[in-house]
Design a protein around this ligand. Structure first.
Ligand code: COA
Length: 451
């Protein structure tokens, strides 16, 4: 893709903001501490020449209430992987670019490696205190269309926080006041506090890489080096309902008759399809990673607008042979069991567990990336993150809603998302990354399994 860079700016908060070190919760400092991309494409009506200046101005204003995003991460002690957020108004990065292509040249906007030219890149070889925590690339296309591509630091906030920020930025850009102030004090998740008790060493979430290595350890290490490919699977409303009926067929009274949700159903089907595509042996253990938003599962619920990480990672476990041979409801049931674990007590005990760890590095994606050890998930595991309830569509900066919103390039083997279809017709989209050698078989098993 032909993209020419026109300028790179640092955007700082428009007014003075609080300066100092903000304690991060254990959950902010573990899992993905790098950035998460999202992309929005627009066909603005009228003059689009002022878009860059308008966005830079509103970004500078929204960074006043959301000032942690203009700061920098700091190791408090790099040897044990502990981080703080230095609120120092260093600013975020804003890149302007042009492409000779038109939006029509991008077809159905399916994710492809070419998207990397539209996405602001972060150099993870630089010291952590040099990374901007939010990056924007505005690319103008020959047809007048634009792409706003974002990279949001996952150490600063999870999906709900990122979408909160993006929605408020759009609101401010189109001249409306803030709807919900961010709640910035992470002490509600015990940020900066010493551990209360000796941690329970039981079964943990998928942040524990030791769980990822199993019987197939050697094969796993070799296979991690294989090439990945991306695809977006589309599932119609009737296909979703068909699968849901199949999953619910094996429900018994123990579930109080509560039918499986779309997430539990589709994710169960994806897990089974991945086991088949990867041709696992019968007793191959496999994990399915789920990100659970704990904001309303805590007692009391977290304050409205909590800005940070409150999506907790849990794993459903299974053996490939059981998942494949038993009815779909079995896989959905394993996933439900994992999700139902997440309550106030669970969250607090996870935090205590991490507080009790001398070194957090092994729970951070950055070190896997730097060591080229490969993907954080990967064969024989899968991770399906739900964006079903996030306000991902209708992000209007004042020139109309997006024509397409997508997750950008998620390029780790086993990493996938579940999104609502953009037309509100009940269909779903599944952007997924798998090793190239497994992708076609995965699609085949996925769609044949719905027939
Ligand atoms: N708007 C519309 N529908 C909603 C909703 C919302 N805000 N919240 C829940 N629902 C619907 C769900 O779609 C589901 O309906 P369905 O059965 O027709 O699909 C039902 O209410 C139950 O939803 P939920 O209790 O959330 O269960 P789930 O199985 O759909 O999802 C989780 C399970 C764990 C994925 C989900 O609870 C969750 O935590 N999602 C947030 C994940 C997250 O934080 N993602 C970003 C990570 S960085």
């Amino acid at each position: 893709m032909s993209v020419t860079f026109k300028g790179c700016y640092t955007v700082k908060p428009m007014e003075p903001t609080w300066c100092g070190r903000l304690a991060l919760s254990e959950w902010d400092q573990t899992g993905i501490i790098t950035h998460v991309p999202t992309m929005y494409f627009y066909r603005p009506s009228g003059d689009s020449s002022t878009i860059a200046a308008t966005l830079r101005d509103s970004l500078s204003r929204i960074l006043v209430p959301f000032y942690p995003l203009a700061g920098r991460l700091q190791w408090t002690d790099e040897n044990n992987g502990r981080l703080e957020l230095e609120c120092n108004a260093m600013g975020v990065k804003f890149i302007e670019a042009e492409s000779s292509l038109t939006l029509d040249d991008l077809g159905d906007f399916s994710p492809c490696s070419e998207y990397q030219h539209l996405t602001p890149s972060v150099d993870y070889t630089l010291p952590i205190h040099e990374w901007p925590l939010f990056l924007v690339q505005l690319t103008r296309f020959a047809c007048g269309g634009v792409c706003i591509s974002l990279q949001f630091s996952h150490a600063v906030g999870d999906g709900p926080s990122a979408l909160h920020f993006i929605s408020e930025w759009a609101r401010l850009t189109r001249g409306e006041p803030l709807q919900t102030m961010p709640f910035l004090d992470r002490k509600v998740l015990h940020a900066g506090e010493p551990p209360l008790m000796k941690a329970n060493q039981g079964d943990r979430g998928f942040k524990l890489p030791s769980l990822l290595l199993d019987k197939k350890e050697e094969k796993h290490r070799t296979e991690k080096k294989k090439k990945n490919s991306l695809a977006t699977l589309k599932v119609s409303k009737s296909q979703v309902e068909k699968l849901r009926k199949e999953a619910n067929a094996s429900l018994d009274g123990s579930n109080n008759g509560r039918g499986y949700t779309r997430y539990e159903t589709i994710t169960g089907h994806m897990w089974r399809s991945a086991c088949k595509a990867r041709r696992h042996i019968h007793d191959q253990p496999t994990l399915l990673g789920v990100s659970v938003d704990a904001r309303r599962r805590m007692q009391p619920p977290l304050p409205k607008g909590y800005f940070g990480n409150a999506s907790f990672d849990v794993v459903a476990t299974g053996v490939a042979g059981d998942l494949v041979s038993k009815p779909l409801g079995y896989a959905s049931g394993r996933i439900r069991e994992a999700i139902e674990k997440v309550n106030d007590e669970y969250v607090r005990s996870e935090i205590e567990f991490l507080k009790g760890q001398r070194d957090l590095k092994k729970f951070q994606d950055l070190h896997a990336i730097r060591s080229e050890d490969g993907d954080f998930f990967g064969d024989p595991n899968l991770c399906v993150v739900s964006w079903l309830a996030l306000p991902i569509y209708g992000v209007d900066f004042g020139w109309g809603k997006e024509v397409f919103m997508g997750p950008g390039t998620h390029d780790s083997d086993g990493d996938s998302l579940l999104l609502p279809g953009p037309d509100g017709d009940g269909s779903l989209l599944i952007p997924i990354c798998l090793q190239e050698i497994h992708m076609e078989a995965f699609k085949k098993h996925f769609y044949e399994g719905i027939m």
